[in-house]
Design a protein around this ligand. Sequence first.
Ligand code: ADP
Ligand code: ADP
Ligand code: ZN
Ligand code: ZN
Length: 833
Amino acid sequence: MGRENCIQVRGARVHNLKDVDIDVPRNALVVFTGISGSGKSSLAFGTLFAESQRRFLDSVSPYARRLIDQVGEPDVDSIEGLPPAVALQQQRGAPSARSSVGSVTTISNGLRMLYSRAGEYPKGQGILYADAFSPNTPDGACPRCHGIGRVFDVTEDLLVPDKAKTIREGAIAGWPPAWGGQNLRDILISLGYDIDTPWQDLPQATRDWILFTDDAPEVPVYARMTPQETRRARAENRSPTYMGTFTSARNYVLQSFTTTQSARTKKRVSQFMDISVCPECDGKKLKRESLSVTFEGLDIGQISRLTLNDLATLLQNAADREPVANDMNPEKGIVAQRITLDIMARVAALTRLGLGYLSLERNTVSLSPGELQRLRLATQIRSQLFGVVYVLDEPSAGLHPADTQALLGALDELKGAGNSLFVVEHDVSVIKHADWIVDIGPGAGTHGGSVVYTGPVDGLRAIDASATARHLFADARAEGRTPREPQSWLRLAGVTRNNLNDLDIDLPLGVLTTVTGVSGSGKSSLVSQALVEFVGDALGQKPAVEASENEPELLEQEMDTPTGGHIVDGMQHIQRLVVVDQKPIGRTPRSNLATYTGLFDHVRKLFAATDKARARRYDAGRFSFNVAKGRCPNCEGAGFVSVELLFLPSVYAPCPVCRGQRYNDETLEIRYRDKTIAEVLDLTVEGAHDFFADAPAIARAISALREVGLGYLRLGQPATELSGGEAQRIKLATELQRAQRSDTLYVLDEPTTGLHPADVTLLLAQLDRLVAAGNSVIMVEHNMLVARQSDWIVDIGPGAGGEGGKVVAEGPPAQVAQSSTSKTAPFLFPAAH
Ligand code: ADP
Ligand code: ADP
Ligand code: ZN
Ligand code: ZN
C-alpha cells in the first residue's frame, strides 16, 4: 500500500483502544469487524470520523472551535491522509423531526417542480409555482386543514361521557386532570356557574358555552372556597388567590392536541376528539387549485401515495413517450422529460436498495433505523460528492439476505465515484465483499481494543485469535439442530394491516419462532403490530405509553390505521405478553443502563449505608442525580450541558462544573469501597461484576447484562449513546433477571442488530432458556444463523408491499429450506464456501 493511498492512524486511545497504529486504504471498502464492544465504533466513528469532523468544524468557525475544546478531541497522536467524512450512522435515541420519505430524499422537491412546469392544468388556470404544491407553505396548504390532511372536532358526547355527573364530580372528562381541572372548576364558580347540578339538568345554552365557547374571560379565583363564600368574596372585592383564565373544553382539547410535545397528553386528549380525513383535500393537504393539476392523470397527492416501485413504472412510461411535438408549449415536453429523468434516477437509487415498497408520503418516524440509513445512503449516491469517506454503521440492518446484493452495489457505486467507505458490519456477505478488513478485538471492552488483523479478507482465515474468522468461514450446514415440537397454537384470522389483507395464520407456542421475509414483506405488520395488539387487548394489557413518548407523529399514524382481524384460539396458553423492541430506553442522557434495569436503586442504598454517609445523614436519594440535594447544580445531574450550534444539530458537552461527574463535591466525598458514586457509574458491566460480586441483587442484574453480551457497556452510559439493538438487549436482560415464569409470549424485532455472530450465539442461548422454562418466543429476524437454529419459521412474502403479505412457507427450518417459492429458503443452509 503506497503512503499516498492510505490513511495513517497513530496512537489511537479512544475508549478502549490500546494505542492503535493502523494504515487503512483509501478509495476502498473497508469493513471493521469484531465482537460487540471490541472497539470497532471507537475506531471508525470515535477516532476517524470524529477527527475529520473536528478538522472541518475547526476550519469553519471560531465558535465551533470553542465547542471542540468542550467536547474534546479524539485521543489519538496523529492521523494523516484523512479526507472529509460523512457519517451515515443509525439514529441513536435522537428525537426525529417531522419528515417524510419524499422530503428526506428531496424527491418531493423534484415532483413539485414537475407539477409546476410540466403538469396538466385545467383550462383557464394559470401556472402555479412549485411552492403551491407544498403543504408546508401558505401558498399550497389546504385552507380547511392547514396542510395537516386531517380535521379534528369534538362533540358533547365525547367531552362528557357521563351526563349524570356534576361538573364537580368531573363530568367534563375532556378537561385536564389534577390541578388544571380544579382551576377550571374554580373559574366556573367565580363566573357564577352551578357545578353541583348533574350535567344533563343544566340548560343547553350553559352546556354549549362551557364546552364550545371561544371566549376566554379572566376572573379572580378564590381557591378552596364554596360557591357561597366565593360570591361573598367577590362582592366584598377581596383579593383573590390568583387570576384565572377560562378555556372551553373544545379549545383545551384542540390546543393541547396541536401544541403538546408529550405523546401521553396527546393520546389522552385524542380520546375526546373526532379525527377524520379532511373532506376538502381528501387528506392530500393541498388546496384545490394545486390538486387540479395532474401528471399522467394523477394529482400530486395521489402520486405521493404510490409505492416507489409503482412510481418508477409510471415515470418510465412518461419518459418513454415522445415529447408531444404539436403541443401549445413546445418546451414543456422537454422540461418534463428532463425533470422526470432526474426523479427516476433518485427513485431507482431507493428501489435498488430494497425500499421500493415505501411511498413518498410515508412518515420517517415509522421507518426502522436500518431503513432510514439506507434512505440516506440512496440520497448520498445521487449527491455526487467525491473524495470523502462515508462512515456507516451496519448498513445491512433490516435487510434480507436476498436484498444485500443491492446494498453492495450501492456501496460499490459510492466507491466508484471516488470515495472511501468505512463500514462497521457483522453481516458475512458484506464482510466478504470488503477490499480490506480491520478486525478489532479479540474480546470486548478492556479485553479488546487491539487490531487482531488488518488486510484483505482471505488473510483472516489464518488468524486463530479472531472470533470473526471462526464464523466467516464456518459451515452453515453444521449449525442446524433438532427442532422442538410446538406445544399448542395461537390462531389468528382475518389479519388486515398495512399490506396484510385478511391473512389467517397459526403461530406455534412453547417454541422459538422466527418470522422471515424480504424487507417490506409484512413481518413487522404481523408480529410487532397486529400480534402485539391482539394479544395485548386479549390480556387487557395496555401498550406501554412511554414507548411512544415524544413521538406524537407516530401516534397519529397509529390512530389512522386500525388493525383488522382477531384471535380464534390459543389465548388460554398465554398469561403475559412482553415486547422487547428497539425503541430507546430513554431519550435524554438522564436515563441510563443502571437506572433502567433498577440496579442503581440497590447501588444507592449501599452508598447510603456506608459509615460516612450515615454520619452525615445522607439517604439513598442523596445519590440520585435526579434529586437536587446530591447532584451538581450546574447541569442538574445530567453530567452534560447541551450546546446549540448554528446550522448543526445541538450537541452535548461535558458539564464544566462537575466535569461530567453529575454530583456535587459533598456527595463525591462518600466512597463505597474505594469508589465514588460517579466512579461506579463509570464502571463497565464487566468491571461491576467483580466490584459487586457480594451484593446479590446487583450481581443478578449484572449477570443478566453480561449474558446478553453487554459486558462492555458502562453502568452510567446515557440512553442517548445506545443503539437500538443495545436498548433491546438491555430490555431483554431486565426481563431475564426477573423470576422465571411460564406462559409468557415474548415478541422481539430483529434482536441481533449490532451483534457479532459470537454474540448471536449467546443471545440464542438466552432465548432458549426462556423457551425451556415454558414460554414462547416469536421474533422477526434476517439473521440466518438465528433462523436455522429456531424451532419454527414463518416466511412472509413473497415480495415487498403489495407483492408480499402472504405466508410463503412455514414449518421447521429444514422443511422451509425446501420451499421453491420462498426467497429465504436458499439462504438457510447454503453450501460451504
Ligand atoms: P463496538 O463498536 O465494537 O461494538 P465500541 O467502540 O462501541 O465497540 O465500544 C468499545 C468500548 O468502548 C466498550 O468497552 C464501550 O463500553 C466503550 N465505550 C463506547 N462508547 C463510550 C463512551 N462514549 N465513553 C466511554 N466508553 C465508551
Ligand atoms: P417488514 O417488517 O417485513 O419489513 P412491514 O410490515 O414493515 O414489513 O411493511 C409491510 C408493508 O406495510 C410495506 O409496504 C410498508 O411500506 C407498509 N407499512 C408498514 N408500516 C407502515 C406504516 N406505519 N404506515 C404505512 N405503511 C406501512
Ligand atoms: Zn385539507
Ligand atoms: Zn455538572
